[in-house]
Structures are given as C-alpha cells and as structure tokens.
Design a protein around this ligand. Structure first.
Ligand code: TRP
Length: 524
C-alpha cells in the first residue's frame, strides 16, 4: 500500500465482524458485499472481532483461532483487497483494549444495561452464563473499536444500530469531559463547551447496510444457529444439493399446481442472485405451472454459483499459501495500530496517562519561594521543538502545577482561560523566544480578561511569568481588541536592559517588570 493511500483524505470507515466460523451468504450480503464496494471510495478499516467472540464463547476458546483464519479467508475471497483497505485482528491492536478500559471509567453501568441487545442475547444464549462483566461491556468494547480510529462512518446492519448510538453518546461524554473547550454564545447566554473543531472523539455516523431478505434452506432467516446456511466456501455441488432441498414455502403440492414466487424462499434467492431474464422466466413458469420447482431451484443454484465462482477461485489460490493470509493480517494490524496510536496519544495527553512529565510538580509547595528553581525548565528542553499547540499546552500545565501558588484555586474555562474563585477570567498566554534578544510574540482571542498571565520562555529555558492585571493595560487592550476585529490580538513582550516591556497596539510600551511572579493580584 502506498503512503498516499494510508494517509488519504478520503472519509474513514470502520467495521468489524465476530469470527463465528465460516461465513454464509447472509453474512456476505449483509456486510462483506457492501464492504468490498466501500473500499474503493473510503479509507477503510475492517477487522475480525476476536475479543467480542470471547465475550460469549469464553468457556471454549478452542475454535477461536481456526475461526479467525476462516473469516480472514472469507474476507479476502470475497474481494477485500489488502492494497485497498486495512484488514486486521482486533486483539492484535492493543489500543482497542486500552481505550475500552478508559471509556469504562466514564460510562454509567445503566447505559450498558439499557442497550436492547444485552437482555435479548442473554436470554437467547441462556445455556452460556452471560452474567459477566465482559458481556455487559460488549457494546462499549465496540465503541472503543470504532472511536479509536476517529472514523466518519460505521457500516452496519440494523441489529448494530443501538451499539453505534451508544458509541455516539460515549463520545459526547468523553468530549464533554476532556476535549478542548471554547466559549460559544447560545441565544443570549455564553457557555463553555467542547470546541467542535477540536473534538478528540468525533461522533461517527451509521452507514446502514441494506439487508435484503435472505432465507435459509428451511425458509427461515439464514443463520448459523439454525443450520440452514449456504456457505461462501460451499462447492458448486453443495450449493445445488442445498438448493434442491430448499423450502418452496409450502406451495405447489404437485407440479401442475401454479405457485407464487413472491412468497417463495427460492424466489427470494432468484431476486438476489439471478439475471433479470432468468427471474422473468421462473416467475412466469411458476405462475403458469410450466416449470417444476426442482428446475427452478437448479436455476437458482446456478445463479448463486455464478456469483460464488470468483470467490471460490480466490479462495483456492489463498488456501495454497496460508502464510500469506497471516502476513496480510500482520501487516493490517501494524497499519491499524499506527492509526489507533495516533488517537491514543491525543487521549493519553488529556487523561494524565501520557509518559511525558508535563503537569507534574517539580517542587514541593514549601519550596515555592525558590523562584528560579521551578522556573528553570532545562529538564524540559526537549519541549523546545514541539509543535506550538502542544508546547503551549505543556507550559500552561507546568505553570498551573508548579508556578501558580498552591492556594490559588482556578477553574478551567475555554482553552488557556481560567476563572478565579471571584469569577475573574485569566488568560494564560505562552510564547517562546525565537533567537537571542528576540521579543516574545503572543496572540490571543479578542475577548476581555481581568488578568493576563504572560509566560515567556527564553533561550536558556528559563520561564518568566508576568501576572498583568487588566487595570495596567485597560485602554490599550480595548484599542487592540477593536483593531483586531474578529482575528486574534497580536502583541509582544520585549526585554530592554533589565526591564520587560509590553507592546500592544500603540506606543509607548507598558513596563510590566514589577508584575513578574506577582500572584497577590489573584484572589485565593
Ligand atoms: N458487534 C458486531 C456484530 O456482531 C461486530 C463488531 C465488533 C463491530 N466491533 C465492531 C461492528 C465495530 C462494527 C464496528 O456484528
């Protein structure tokens, strides 16, 4: 796969299937057939949900690996192309389980108990003990599967819609808790809410797979548990003999009695797989009793076999080289893992789980008076080259945990804005010195703040914090805000001898030297 394809800007799609054994025509028409088409238009991730299989089959995992292999063979035979989409095994991408555990922290148990498939499946599979923690978490694991790829769409059948709905609710809760906030105006109120442009877990949409009526050979819905399936891997002969046994819906007791193909399971097969002229032929023949059911069934078998022919050919080639199948899964898992890791890095950073040391106090509070020690960030010099948004976030965190005196309680508001106990808004702006003697260049949203904290990181990795009360700059800030209009206010801090000068819109600059580390202006 080329780099261009992996980093494509096509909308992203993700879906999965439990490895329950060889796939039948129902699985094929209800999912795979659609996936094969999607891989040409979207950036696709398709996986084998082995963890999900264990939620119900934990007592007997002996067939799991075999089933994974069978499903992989079915995926590839059906036409999923590893050069066009990423095919992988869920458990081989550990980020799924990591996100699942994290999401479990924020998901109310009642949300899971309320998912309609929970009670349904428990009752249907009463022979298995499904009063487990893992089974309750089934749809939440599915949410993690989905969200870890930040996809736009999830192609599923109607039976999975409630799981995607849960996924959207969990994403919303996650974003409410951890995504960057902005201040928005709703009617005449301003609210702080997740910034829609910066959501860590965007809510994906269902791409509903049309599920055509596909009867099994006994006329009931085709299902593995009914033993009425035609498998994707059946031979031509298997398909013929199964079709010959197929129910005709109890019509035509003898061949001279006409029937109605619209209510006949064999008619359903023709409607899905036969060419229009065949369909016309059997429709007329059935209604006029001029063809027999066995003739009609053989024709349906031929149509199915025509469809399965290329699938069988691909399967025959793959089975010659099973190592290649495992290799495709390995490559797919590596590719998927790379994409999932990108999401997890963003997520670990906001949940205290990242491995960098941002947000950790270097000094105990009693050392607070030792200003220069906590402001010397030589230990963090690897931050110097970080992208601006990440550097800004790290320095703000360091400021909050290490420079802000511990008695000052601030509530986070929009990104970079904190509210004091008295309801005053503080903007914490960050700049690094680009070259010896260079000024610190800031930009800020054109709003009103009661205080500005200006963090100036210099070439010696020393961080200066100026706590500038609004009254020092009032007129100038208003002028700069007017001038900026809708764009950000630009301003700078310059060092001149031992003085620090703030340049807003109009000269003269304002001397802010005495505000350095001067936190008495913040209540608390
Ligand atoms: N629960 C799905 C099913 O039974 C399989 C699945 C697991 C899935 N994780 C998913 C489907 C993520 C879509 C997206 O069919």
């Amino acid at each position: 796969m080329t780099e261009q394809m992996t980093t494509s800007s096509r909308p992203r799609v993700l879906s999965g299937m439990r490895p329950t054994g060889k796939l039948h025509l129902g699985n094929y028409m209800g999912a795979l057939y659609n996936w094969v088409k999607l891989q040409h238009e979207y950036e696709c991730y398709f996986f084998i949900a082995d963890w999900h299989a264990l939620t119900t089959d934990y007592a007997d995992p002996s067939l799991l690996k075999q089933n994974i292999f069978e499903v992989a063979l079915d995926f590839l035979s059906a036409g999923l192309d590893p050069d066009r989409c990423t095919i992988f095994v869920q458990s081989h991408v550990p980020q799924h389980t990591e996100l699942h555990l994290l999401l479990s922290m924020i998901t109310p148990v009642s949300w899971l108990e309320r998912v309609p498939t929970y009670k349904d499946q428990q009752e249907q599979l009463r022979e298995k003990d499904l009063a487990t923690y893992g089974f309750l978490g089934y749809p939440l694991l599915q949410s993690a599967d989905i969200l870890v790829y930040q996809p736009n769409f999830v192609p599923v059948g109607q039976d999975q819609v409630s799981h995607v709905e849960l996924t959207r609710e969990v994403a919303r809760r996650f974003n409410y808790l951890y995504s960057p906030k902005h201040v928005a105006t709703v009617g005449d109120r301003t609210v702080t809410e997740p910034d829609p442009d910066k959501l860590l877990l965007p809510e994906p949409e269902v791409l509903l797979t049309p599920s055509p009526k596909l009867p099994g050979i006994d006329g009931r819905k085709m299902s593995k548990s009914y033993g009425n399936s035609i498998l994707l891997s059946d031979t031509t002969g298997d398909v013929e003999s199964k079709m010959l046994r197929m129910s005709n819906g109890g019509q035509r007791p003898t061949s001279d009695v006409p029937g109605d193909p619209d209510i006949c399971p064999v008619g359903d097969m023709h409607r899905l797989f036969s060419e229009p002229h065949v369909l016309t032929h059997i429709t007329q023949g059935c209604r006029t009793a001029t063809i027999r059911c066995d003739e009609c069934k053989i024709m349906a078998a031929a149509s199915i076999n025509l469809h399965l022919h290329p699938i069988r050919e691909r399967r025959a080639r793959l089975i010659e080289d099973p190592d290649r199948v495992w290799e495709i899964l390995d490559e797919g898992s590596a590719r998927a893992s790379k994409r999932a890791e990108k999401t997890m890095q963003q997520i670990r950073a906001v949940t205290g789980l990242s491995r960098d040391r941002s947000g950790v106090r270097l000094h105990q509070p009693f050392q607070e008076l030792d200003k220069s020690a906590s402001r010397n960030l030589t230990a963090f010099k690897d931050w110097w080259d970080l992208d601006a948004p990440i550097l800004t976030r790290n320095l703000r965190e360091r400021w909050r945990t290490d420079l802000l005196p511990s008695g000052k309680v601030l509530k986070p508001d929009a990104e970079g804005v904190w509210i004091t106990q008295k309801g005053q808004r503080i903007l914490v702006a960050v700049a690094k010195q680009n070259g010896p003697g260079a000024a610190w260049e800031f930009s800020a949203k054109p709003k009103s703040y009661e205080m500005l904290v200006l963090l100036c990181w210099d070439e010696n990795y020393y961080l200066r914090d100026f706590v500038v009360p609004q009254k020092l700059i009032l007129g100038e800030w208003i002028a700069a805000k007017k001038n900026a209009g809708k764009s950000d206010i630009k301003f700078s801090v310059e060092r001149s001898g031992d003085r620090y000068l703030l340049h807003l819109l109009n000269p003269p600059p304002i001397d802010i030297t005495s505000t350095e580390s001067e936190y008495s202006v913040i209540p608390g």
